[in-house]
Design a protein around this ligand. Structure first.
Ligand code: NDP
Length: 285
């Protein structure tokens, strides 16, 4: 039976580690210890005091803001990580940097999967979150049950593939959101109630996850509490920018993100970007 070590109990990691602990002995480390104590009380997970001790686990998982925090910790642990250890990184990261760390770890026979997730805190909690996985396919088949303990796993190819898809997924997410906000605001400007418009669009072909879920739950109700920060979305959009070399459809989203970060700050919920359309009359084109 695998011993799983989990680093990073944020909005997503907290629940991923919680679900894993229902099937595997789980050891946790978080920069702010209070979250580890809460997690341990809730899921009976074991707190690791000295992060180096996480290398006693067969599987080490990460869910941190970006590859920078993850790779810094891997570098610190590097000389302690046993051969045959498996590292699963659920962070949304730069696909090229994930390839670099994979080659470095491979030299010591350490397996690395980039395994970003999609579905938000609610699906992380219910265990239905999608996990896209890049790495060795044979090894993935061996440990598929570990992935299944916290997600709906989708093997996609070599290391880096999953991170590239995730970056593109997220630029699509926030672009769909802004598209829907602009559409509803435009209808409002000609006197059409946006609730009526939204109901019809959700029965018609212009609908999306954003019109069906984010806009009714978070934007109409002004409950900007989806649980994904603007700063992290900006990171993902910038990663996507490195992939979409000459954007046509996506060309405005970079400036919208920049304006919303300046106005609402990196810790605001990413759904607050729609305030640019609904509450701000000085939107820069
Ligand atoms: P949070 O900001 O909620 O949590 C970040 C976690 O990283 C916390 O545990 C935090 O510790 C830790 N951390 C931050 N900086 C450092 C550091 N320098 N050293 C060690 N630990 C650090 O982020 P999320 O959980 O929302 O996101 C985590 C990852 O998952 C990101 O890559 C994000 O893009 C991705 N993601 C997020 C989704 C969401 O809906 N929230 C959906 C899908 C993917 P501390 O508690 O001390 O602050």
């Amino acid at each position: 039976m695998y011993k799983v070590g989990f680093i990073g109990l944020g909005n997503i990691g907290y629940n991923l580690a919680g679900n894993i602990s229902k099937k595997y002995q789980t050891f946790i480390w978080n920069r702010t210890k209070e979250k580890s104590i809460k997690h341990s009380n809730e899921f009976n997970t074991q707190i690791i005091e000295n992060i180096t001790n996480i290398t006693n686990c067969n599987i080490i998982m990460f869910c941190l803001p970006s590859h920078i925090e993850v790779h810094n910790i891997i570098d610190k642990l590097y000389n302690h990580i046993n051969t045959n250890t498996i590292i699963i990184d659920c962070t949304s990261s730069d696909y090229k940097k994930q390839k670099e760390i994979y080659y470095k770890l491979q030299k010591n026979n350490i397996t690395f999967f980039d395994a970003p997730v999609s579905g938000g805190p609610e699906k992380a909690k219910s265990g239905e979150i999608t996990c896209m996985i890049g790495g060795d396919e044979k090894k993935f088949n061996e440990i598929e049950d570990v992935f299944k303990s916290f997600s709906n796993p989708q093997y996609v190819g070599e290391v880096g593939t999953a991170s590239a898809i995730k970056s593109i997924n997220n630029i699509m997410n926030v672009s769909h959101l802004c598209l829907a906000a602009e559409a509803l605001k435009s209808l409002e400007n000609i006197g059409i109630d946006k609730t009526i418009a939204l109901n019809i669009i959700n029965k018609s072909s212009g609908r999306s996850l954003m019109t069906e879920e984010r806009i009714p739950k978070h934007i109409m109700e002004k409950n900007y509490n989806y649980g994904f920060s603007l700063g992290l979305m900006d990171k993902d959009v910038n990663l996507a920018k490195n992939i979409i070399k000459e954007p046509i459809m996506f060309s405005n989203i970079y400036s919208l993100l920049k304006q919303s970060l300046e106005k609402y700050g990196k810790d605001a919920d990413y759904t607050e970007i729609t305030k640019l359309f609904f509450e701000d009359n000085n939107l820069n084109k």
